[in-house]
Design a binder for this molecule. Structure first.
Ligand code: ADP
Ligand code: MG
Length: 240
């Protein structure tokens, strides 16, 4: 589904991604962790073209990401993304946030889009919040709206960038539960998160990044029980 081959990326003279090689198969769940500033967000932002890489190749479902709009549009239509800061439209209700993409991008009639949106609000277990504005919802509810909004576009890949980091502790699980269900439904997912309980439950593959490099890549058993590198051992010791 996703293949990085020796991908480099720079911000000016600063190299933020160094020779990244990574493959994600259909239905695979990958959890990415690592210290702040190690390049995790940049890595996943490259996958839907929010950042562009300088060298190496990155392909999504066989489409090579280049600088052309055609490849970007093709890839973006199959990749959904959820951010730390929900990024909901404040002037739209929950259901209107969900309907926007299907109406504008997928050209669904409004009533059809509304039905679709309502189904996804049910799937994230907040159908009763449909007509509330983001400011009237808790952080956990807002993040579930954001997940549902992404799912309304019927993506084949979902990217999560620290989706629970901005939440109060008591709301973290309601979001992780929705993500776990999504994983169990067979969605191909890459999640940047430090929620290691979640990682142990759902990850097929763990990736540890440091200073722009993938330092370690392993199944969760190996990753948590016998991390190879010193950097990864130190990191796990700090967060577990
Ligand atoms: P992480 O998500 O692991 O915390 P990021 O991918 O956000 O790391 O950032 C990696 C590094 O790249 C950091 O040193 C950050 O300051 C830098 N960086 C991120 N975005 C930009 C940008 N748009 N311009 C310049 N530097 C950036
Ligand atoms: Mg980040």
């Amino acid at each position: 589904m996703i293949r990085f081959e020796a991908v480099d990326k720079f911000f000016g003279s600063f190299q933020v991604l160094k020779k990244i090689s990574l493959e994600v198969a259909l239905g695979e769940r990958v959890v990415v962790c690592g210290p702040s500033g190690s390049g995790k967000s940049t890595l996943i932002r490259c996958i839907n073209g929010l950042e562009q890489h300088e060298s190496g190749t990155l392909s999504v479902e066989g489409t090579k990401l280049g600088h052309d709009h055609a490849s970007l549009n093709k890839v973006r239509s199959s990749v959904g993304m959820v951010f730390q800061q929900f990024n909901l439209f404040p002037h739209l209700t929950a259901i209107e946030n969900l309907m926007l993409g299907p109406v504008r991008a997928r050209k669904l009639p409004r009533e059809e889009a509304r039905d679709l949106a309502q189904r996804y609000l049910e799937r994230v277990r907040i159908p009763e919040q449909a007509d509330k504005y983001p400011r009237q919802l808790s952080g956990g509810q807002q993040q579930r709206v954001a997940i549902a909004r992404s799912l309304c576009m019927e993506p084949r890949i979902m990217l999560f960038d620290e989706p629970t980091s901005a939440l109060d502790p008591e709301m973290i699980n309601e979001v992780l539960d929705v993500m776990t269900e999504l994983a169990e439904s067979g969605m191909t997912m890459i999640c940047v998160t430090h929620e290691m309980g979640f990682a142990r439950r759902v990850a097929d593959k763990m990736v540890f990044m440091d200073h722009g490099e993938i330092v370690e890549e392993a199944g969760p058993e190996t990753f948590f029980n016998t991390p190879k590198s010193r950097r990864c051992q130190d990191f796990l010791q700090k967060i577990l």
